[in-house]
Design a protein around this ligand. Structure first.
Ligand code: PEP
Length: 253
């Protein structure tokens, strides 16, 4: 019922020639999966417009790493949902831990970003996850509940149906440390139960929750074999077609 989504967050990597080459390689290697999986790449802003013609009409979706909630105006460096759609984006990350930690995105800003994305029909992938000190202090569930409530609480069921979630333990991002499949499943089951309490069983059952944090071909099968893991948000390993497609192949095996 919930098709796996294999999503590559390129972060602040690649220039145009590299990006075109990677996209071409992904597109040709993706063909063998048919409709079994959904695929998404999330390049830096400057690569969106030039990559759009390559992915147009294919099963590879284009997403952005951030957005501004206002439609236009005096917001130097801001990028609106209209601009994202104009550049061919159908997805956008909201609340990635690097935005929260390095750029100090607040809960209030994230709530506005998420609502702007939904209202303008760009599908948000809302990222939540605990730091190592939170996990070690037994605060994981409290942190996730806070991140959930401050941004998602109060949405209507038809709004949340247009969102994905990504559980990304911050201690596992770019560190090579992965949550064990059991740990990730237990946490994602907790997140799904938050969805049940707030939005009901049907909505919770149809909302995809990705896992992110040092996903690679070697651990993808076990992670995505878990009942509450509906795909992967991949950083480092999305920068070569071999590892990105290797993750897809492992997930689909
Ligand atoms: C990410 O950027 O969301 C991520 C999970 O990165 P990595 O796969 O490199 O840990």
């Amino acid at each position: 019922m919930r098709k796996l989504l294999i999503a590559g967050n390129w972060k602040m990597n690649l220039v145009l020639a590299e990006a075109k080459s990677l996209t071409g390689d992904i597109l040709s290697q993706m063909e063998r999966f048919g409709d079994a999986l959904d695929f998404l790449i999330i390049p830096p802003y400057t690569l969106l417009h030039p990559l759009a013609p390559a992915v147009w009409g294919t099963k590879l979706a284009l997403g952005a790493q951030d957005l501004h909630w206002e439609p236009s105006g005096a917001f130097t460096s801001g990028i609106s949902t209209a601009m994202l759609k104009d550049a061919g984006c159908s997805f956008v990350l909201v609340g990635h831990s690097e935005r929260r930690d390095h750029f100090k995105d607040t809960d209030a800003a994230l709530a506005m970003k998420l609502r702007a994305a939904i209202a303008n029909r760009v599908t948000p992938i809302y990222c939540i996850g605990e730091h190592l000190e939170d996990r070690e202090a037994g605060r994981t569930e409290a942190v996730l509940t806070h991140q959930f409530n401050t941004v998602l609480k109060g949405l209507a069921a038809d709004q949340i149906q247009n969102c994905l979630l990504a559980y990304e333990p911050v201690w596992a991002i770019g560190t090579g440390k992965t949550a064990t499949p059991e740990m990730a499943q237990e946490t994602q089951c907790f997140i799904r139960n938050l969805l049940v309490s707030e939005f009901g069983e049907d909505t919770a059952a149809s909302t995809r929750i990705l896992y992110g944090g040092s996903v690679k071909p070697e651990n993808a099968k076990e992670l995505m074999g878990q009942p509450d893991i509906d795909g992967a948000l991949i950083g480092g390993a999305s920068l070569t077609a071999d590892s990105f497609i290797g993750i897809a192949a492992a997930a689909n095996s």
